[in-house]
Design a binder for this molecule. Sequence first.
Ligand code: ACO
Length: 353
Amino acid sequence: MPRSIIVGSGKAIPPICVTNDMLARVMDTTDAWIQERSGVKTRYYVEKGTSSADLGALAAAEALANGSVDKDEVDLLISATMTPDHFFPGNGGLLQKRLGMKPLTTFDIRQQCAGFLYAMQLADVHVRSGLAKTVLIVGHEVHTGFMPYSDNSWACMYGQSEKVTPEEFEWNSRFRHLIPLFGDGAAAVVVRATDDEGRGVVDQLLRTDGTDYDKLYVPGTGFSHRPYTDPEQFKRGDHVPVMEGRHVFKLATTRMIEASQQVLTRNGVKPEDVKLVLMHQANMRINEYCAKQLGLREDQVPHNIERYGNTTAATIPLLWDEAARAGRIEKGDQILMVAFGAGMNWGATLLRA
Ligand code: ACO
């Protein structure tokens, strides 16, 4: 049975670098608070008008080039995003069109921060079953669409306006526990079939439990409303995700540790023998805690949350791309990927590079 390996990767980071001090111009926060509680120092925002499909197509093109794969060789494309360009259709077809690909099978999946791992399993079962030989996975997000700022708040953040009004400051501060964490970004990988038994996806564990879905969700703009969106929802801020941070923090640490241990144990792999553990980048403190409980060394756990913030479905392929280009992933290395996100969805993937 063929096995699936990652043969190329690419990323697209948008041009506007936003520091914590820039956020502090428009809301009640400080660089010290954000760094201490989350580890985020900067994040990157798109220019108004750039969408997640735009960023995703850039990352995908780079991944194809990096893997020396022609776009017409791809027979499955998986888009993972919680910030699609439109309510429907999903971004799969938009990526196919932007990349100039022939018609092919696409999936649009919505597992938020665990989206990349769900996509990896889809890719792997297609490869193992012979349904696909070359799969393009794109994790791509433009979170700035959630950000409920007035034009003046955006201008003030970017230093183009003196100050925000007290009303704007109070409104923006309502979301201070959430907005500083997120950044825009995209990353993609190309997965290919190999007959090399020493390489490929070894095991995956994916879980969803909707019990606590309302601890991290977008209350407005959905089809439980009629009409599904209206100006009142925007006035209430219901288009911005609700997040009970402490509760999600506890769930994330519990589930990420549990999933990692299960996958490692049932494959007889010791934590010290894993070359890299690519953890979803939601909060540096979550990952430090998980790493400690799992007995991992610092050099095993790369991070980039300090630069990019949480880029949801893009964080793990972003880590992969940076580690691979830095020569930190060699053929046959054991790599563990682990993520937790809204839904609640979580999982772990063990592979040999
Ligand atoms: N600046 C200053 N103060 C702030 C800020 C801010 N940006 N945000 C919150 N505070 C205040 C709060 O109001 C609170 O004040 P109070 O004590 O007077 O009430 C205090 O800081 C502590 O707030 P907590 O929410 O308890 O802070 P915590 O240490 O838990 O950090 C955080 C909050 C960063 C959100 C953390 O809980 C977290 O990362 N949670 C998990 C996030 C996550 O994993 N999400 C899943 C992935 S995202 C996805 O799937 C889409």
